[in-house]
Design a binder for this molecule. Structure first.
Ligand SMILES: Nc1ncnc2c1ncn2[C@@H]1O[C@H](COP(=O)(O)OP(=O)(O)OP(=O)(O)O)[C@@H](O)[C@H]1O
Ligand SMILES: [Mg+2]
Length: 261
């Protein structure tokens, strides 16, 4: 069964049409990458999966449920199955790393302070950070890559995800940090058996992570398929989108890093 399914979804912000008749699905354990020009509706698609917006037409199913038809309480329960890493990995600036990662547990559980501290430290280790060094630091004292890891750790400790959503998780990072974040995303995907949806502008990131690709163009699904199908696509909108990457296409797809993942 699909973990996420869009059935003929049409969505507009007030008078601004964004998605038109969009259908796609993501199976459990599958990783889907959504690509498309700026403003094409990628972040909006993630907001629809979270039920933060509802379509004017069509249906969004998450784990078999129409998220827009659910009572608030059930929606909150369903959201616990979804980990979200927002565009630019937003953290609470005035809170320490430890408070950021443990925020949900502090606010919503009866766990003791010690127990929460322990879980936070374990999570920081899981996302590849040295807890002793950074747990009392503020986000501004961390590098961009570290902040992104903290954001992923926070998402994981706030939910027990069957679905992870990433909105441009590598933007603004240097190549080594990008590689590290992609490895972490793939590790999570493999170890936790979750459905992964990643939005990216970076074709190399997309190739590293995706089982399948969806390209959104002007609010419509211009492409939905595998890497081989993407390469072979003759759709003009896909060609146009891929053109800037053509030179690196084969190189990236065959690169040691991606094959080694
Ligand atoms: N809250 C909002 N109210 C009104 N319009 C919005 C809102 N959020 C986004 N939009 C508009 O909807 C369209 C799609 O936005 P969205 O953020 O989904 O694009 P995107 O594909 O994620 O772009 P980018 O690659 O730049 O992040 C854009 O034209 C944007 O200006
Ligand atoms: Mg966006």
């Amino acid at each position: 069964m699909a973990m996420i399914e869009f059935q003929n979804v049409t969505f507009a912000y007030e008078d601004k049409p964004v998605l038109r008749n969009v259908s796609f699905s993501v199976a459990q354990r599958e990783s889907l990458v959504i690509m498309g020009p700026s403003g094409s509706g990628k972040s909006t698609t993630l907001r629809l999966i979270l039920g933060l917006e509802c379509p004017q037409e069509g249906t969004v199913f998450v784990d078999g449920e129409n998220i827009c038809k659910m009572a608030e309480k059930d929606k909150r329960e369903l959201r616990k199955k979804i980990g979200m890493v927002f565009q630019a990995g937003a953290l609470f600036d005035s809170m320490t790393v430890g408070e950021n990662v443990g925020y949900y547990l502090l606010e919503h559980t009866d766990l003791s302070f010690e127990e929460i501290g322990e879980r936070v430290r374990k999570m920081l280790g899981f996302v590849g950070l040295n807890a002793d060094e950074i747990i009392d630091k503020l986000p501004e004292e961390l590098s961009g890559g570290m902040r992104r890891r903290v954001a992923i750790g926070r998402a994981l400790l706030s939910t027990n995800p069957k679905i992870m959503l990433y909105d441009e998780p590598t933007t603004g990072l240097d190549p080594a940090a990008i590689e590290n974040i992609l490895r972490l995303i793939m590790k999570l995907h493999d170890e936790k058996e979750i459905a992964t949806v990643m939005v990216t502008h970076q074709i190399a990131d997309a190739f590293a992570v995706a089982d399948r690709f969806v390209v959104i163009h002007d609010g419509e699904v211009a492409f939905d398929g595998t890497l081989e199908e993407l390469r072979a696509s003759t759709d003009e909108r896909v060609q146009q989108f891929l053109e800037p990457f053509r030179k690196s296409f084969t190189k990236v797809a065959n690169s040691h890093f991606i094959n080694g993942l």
